[in-house]
Design a protein around this ligand. Sequence first.
Ligand code: MSP
Length: 506
Amino acid sequence: MTGGRPYYITTPIYYVNDAPHIGHAYTTVACDALARFMRLDGRRVKFLTGTDEHGQKVARSARDAGVDPKTFTDRVSLNFREMTRLMNISNDDFIRTTEERHIRSCQALWQELERRGEIYLGHYKGWYSVRDEAFYDESELVNGKAPSGADVEWYEEENYFFRLSAWQDRLLEFYEKNPNFIAPTARRNEVISFVKSGLNDLSVSRTSFTWGVPVPGKPGHVMYVWLDALNNYQTAVGYPDTESEEYKTFWPADLHMVGKDIIRFHTVYWPAFLMAAGLQPPRRVFAHGWWTVEGQKMSKSLGNFIPPQKLVDQYGVDAVRYFMLRELPFGSDGDFSHRAMVGRINGDLANDFGNLAQRVLSMIAKNCGGRVPAKGPLTPADDALLGAARRLLPRLRAEYAEQAFHKALEAVFEVVAAANRYVDEQAPWALRKTDPARMETVLWVAAETIRHLAILMQPVVPTAAGKLLDQLGAEARDFAALDGAPLVPGTALPKPEGVFPRYVEG
Ligand code: MSP
């Protein structure tokens, strides 16, 4: 369904220096759940992901691989595209910063900044980390390294600068007026104190290498990779054509989802660039936490990067998606362990939700002729369960609006638990002989509750939820169908099959 209030959501664009790992899959899955939720809620969604292909880091990786940067980025970018397929991601566009549309867009942004006197030629002298693609002040270094632990290099060259220092007060005013711009709150406070401590002008061009967007009219200069990268969010909605239908519909973006390491670029530089060019900053930036693996930081030296393919092969894509969004309060750091994963799969998915669906559907298959049971008069217990299911949507809307996936899932599983209790208490198997009409009503109530749960779980476990809805004979699947299209007694149902298999140690 399209036509609802537009919603534009983006993932960071991934550096193509490396293969995708669970950290990348995490951000993308979280955005996918939001994009799917908003579409099901009737909103017109644009969901963007892609790859960040310029800069020294990528140029060096290409050199190390012994190929030219173009061949290298074509190859690695494909791995990220492949990751979207693997994780069942519903992105509407996939942007590469080496595309023509993006080069044109960055050059237009540059010219606008220049025209407004926001860029000047100067001399840069200082520290740079290629791994972070970031400049550091002497005072920020920790034991001669970047705060992230990355190596830094000294460089001096002629660069163009953006007058970031002039934007300090306007940025602070913007944060003040838009309290939801940065989330979670701890990150917002960090950013505000960073900006309050004073901003230096930012070097936005480089002359010592060529793998970047050429600065218009300034031979020898390529744009700083973060100016180029951040602008991908505008390119994808048609910038510099700010009068296009696409731009007017989707800009400013509703949400840039990022990891906590890149919050400063998104909440300081990016709104400053945009405001300086007379454009609107995005509405919100949410910084999620970082995963460790079995208690350890992922690193090249430990060789413990987990490729998403490995997880999907081992656990299945829906289970991985569910785990990622349920295991941690979104925004906090957490640990990815086999044990925790199996706990979620066998506990929440197989025992709680899967078992509920399985026992209700198989009782219907056996005792109701494989058709949606007849619905008789409802008791207070029936109304209580259906009421709890119906109250989920407003609650989920509120949690998704805050990117609180774990709370949204908790809410759904409260109703899963209530439904299991209901089935235990009503004991439809005992009613089969004593009161078959009541048995049918109980099974109808349980199945109708499962229909609600499956519809609401689609953003997180799209395949399993879809199969469950097939087995319930439920055709309408968007949120309008929650109250709008209850199960119709007598509808023939396919043979039930488990949709949440248990994980058995091999
Ligand atoms: N290219 C930049 C983003 C430009 S956006 C205009 C970049 N790319 S990245 O590939 O290095 O990282 C992309 C995202 O992956 C970041 O949001 C980062 O936080 C996330 N993660 C990388 N490792 C991670 C974990 N171990 N855990 C969770 N997320 C992690 O930065």
